[in-house]
Write a protein that binds this ligand. Sequence first.
Ligand SMILES: NC(=O)c1ccc[n+]([C@@H]2O[C@H](COP(=O)([O-])OP(=O)(O)OC[C@H]3O[C@@H](n4cnc5c(N)ncnc54)[C@H](OP(=O)(O)O)[C@@H]3O)[C@@H](O)[C@H]2O)c1
Length: 290
Amino acid sequence: MSKSTAAATYSLAGHTVRRMGYGAMQLAGPGVFGPPKDREAAIAVLREAVASGVNHIDTSDFYGPHVTNQIIREALHPYPDDLVIVTKVGAVRGDDASWLPAMEPQDIERGVHDNLRNLGLDAIEIVNLRIMGKVHAPSEGTIARQVEALAGLQRKGLVRHIGLSNATSAQVAEAQGIVEIVCVQNHYNLVQREDDALVDELAAKGIAYVPFFPLGGFTPLQSSVLSEVARKLSATPMQVALAWLLHRSPNILLIPGTSSSGHLRENMQAAQLSLSEAVLEELEGIGRAA
Ligand SMILES: NC(=O)c1ccc[n+]([C@@H]2O[C@H](COP(=O)([O-])OP(=O)(O)OC[C@H]3O[C@@H](n4cnc5c(N)ncnc54)[C@H](OP(=O)(O)O)[C@@H]3O)[C@@H](O)[C@H]2O)c1
């Protein structure tokens, strides 16, 4: 028996967004630093994403730095009315391409202004506070000063909505005591399942969960079970990995990253893939074995 295809849209900060979005990080140069090898190709991928129905794009001014936002602006400005651009602040790049925390309130404010300038916007729809305790895993600690800084920028009209990235459940609760939180962007995929409880908790609260590294990021997902399932469905492993996320919970919004129009098309098609209960159970085994 086939389970119906996961819903195609979700209400994010009052906007109906397609759950298949796009992550722009791969558009900068190697190591997310400097310009891409082929700027025209990067522009073409962005335009094709929007033409294919993507209306939720994830970015940050620390990709490049500045490069990714400048490419988004060149490709898409003036932006379509229904496009929701989500960015993040909380880090800057060192000259050696390192990722450095920038978590003081004045850093947060500078980060918002960098995004506004390079994206060519008067206000940013959603800004995620990227918590820099550990690089790819959340770690506990108060984030009140940083969330208050973003709330101040929201009151000034520079930021419309606020989200968190690399956050724990306790940090979400702390932030919610200060301001409305519309989304959480953490590391999660078929293999990386530490946020299982948080995904469900946020679904119950009506908060979007946006997995980063949905395809494994710099270490692409590899699993014989995933490959075998994909073969049986005449799909690719990456399509099955994305479809699994769409079936996992209705509040999951996808932002797979790609610099290739071929991969973009492949990823977009994953939204059409229905996974049966038996297939979902088989895929669950990958997470249990990890
Ligand atoms: N909040 C955070 O801390 C954080 C951290 C990391 C990322 N992010 C956001 O999350 C988004 C997604 O993460 P990500 O881009 O790092 O990782 P990802 O989406 O898991 O994987 C991207 C990698 O997979 C490749 N790829 C994409 N589609 C493919 C396909 N159909 N078949 C084979 N390979 C494919 C890409 O290479 P090609 O370019 O060759 O397609 C790239 O190397 C980013 O773009 C960024 O916006 C946020």
